[in-house]
Design a protein around this ligand. Structure first.
Ligand code: ZN
Length: 327
């Protein structure tokens, strides 16, 4: 089982490399890992993103995926499901194995996923169903593809926004896992439907574990990744928000179908959840539209990376504003 201590024992010498080992389980800055081995062209994240896709793929010594292999099939399936249910990208992005590089995303070359990282994660979190973990990693990187499209590739060069963008990718990653699960037939007992208990405990228990595994005080550096508690809370809010969005969409569908009574019941459920939990996606009842997942996650991430952010306090203030008594 890989532990932080073991990871520390293997960490390379340069500070960039150390940062990457500690921080970059699925992060863009992992592309600057192993600086001593990296060609001049790829010394910085900026030069990586600005490079032509064929140069990136050649450098990363990528391997194409082969659907006859089990892991490859699971990864391709994850990419397709993410596209089918969440439309983070217009088309499913290209995906390649880039072992030892650190998982990352290039605006044209697509997703570069590091199988060594996947194995480390799988071994560290054995209770977690591996396809869920895999989907989370792929969804996180696919979120970066969406960020390139929405914000331009330049936004990722702004070191003051690194934590915010990484946290948004965590929020969206978790939201995708939940959305795919719900769309494929999981159901929530709280939200009017029933999710098999083993699926829920399997997927929700791994976020705190993951957070502890990848957490390190070096992340306090404003140019690095969010703290582990921020990533953990962000992921959990991602789960909750995805569920809330589906409830809101149910309301919209029922309203459009003229099923007023059922729609009102679902709306009460939606509103009650919203009053109790901050950072949920918004429902516009006039235009019958839910807030876009990208806008919602950006809005939430922006607040969560602020100095002094404290989730429990946000919940308390939110409930006080809505006159909801604490349990
Ligand atoms: Zn990332």
């Amino acid at each position: 089982m890989t532990t932080r201590t073991q990871l520390a024992a293997t960490r390379p010498r340069s500070s960039l490399s150390r940062l990457a080992v500690w921080c970059a389980l699925w992060c863009v800055s992992s592309t600057i890992a192993r600086a001593e081995e990296i060609q001049q062209d790829f010394r910085t994240f900026k030069s990586f993103v600005q490079s032509a896709p064929d140069r990136v793929l050649a450098y990363a010594r990528v391997k194409p995926l082969d659907r006859s292999e089990e892991l490859d099939r699971q990864a391709l399936e994850a990419v397709e499901k993410i596209n089918r249910y969440t439309h983070l990208t217009e088309m499913p992005p290209p995906i390649h194995w880039a072992d030892g590089l650190g998982s990352c995303a290039h605006p044209e070359a697509g997703l570069l996923i590091d199988r060594q990282q996947l194995v480390q994660l799988r071994d560290a979190i054995p209770a977690e169903p591996f396809p869920v973990l895999l989907m989370f990693v792929i969804a996180h990187e696919t979120s970066h593809m969406r960020q390139y499209k929405e914000c331009g590739r330049g936004v990722l060069f702004d070191v003051n926004r690194t934590r915010e963008l990484e946290l948004q990718a965590d929020i969206l990653g978790a939201a995708v896992v939940m959305t795919v699960g719900l769309r494929e037939g999981w159901e929530s007992h709280q939200r009017g439907v029933t999710i098999p208990a083993e699926r829920i405990s399997g997927t929700t228990n791994f976020l705190p574990t993951l957070g502890r595994l990848i957490g390190h005080p070096a992340w306090e550096d404003r140019t690095a990744h969010p703290r582990w508690d921020q990533r953990m809370i962000g992921s959990i809010v991602g789960y909750m928000g995805a569920m809330q969005k589906i409830v809101g969409e149910n309301f919209i569908g029922l309203t459009k179908d003229g099923k007023t009574e059922q729609a009102e019941a679902v709306l009460r459920e939606f509103t009650d959840y919203d009053r109790r939990n901050p950072f949920m996606p918004r429902l516009d009842r006039e235009s019958l539209a839910m807030e876009r997942g990208f806008d919602w996650s950006a809005r939430v991430a922006r607040v969560m990376v602020q100095d002094g952010f404290f989730y429990a306090e946000e919940v308390r203030k939110h409930r006080a504003r809505n006159s909801v008594p604490e349990p």
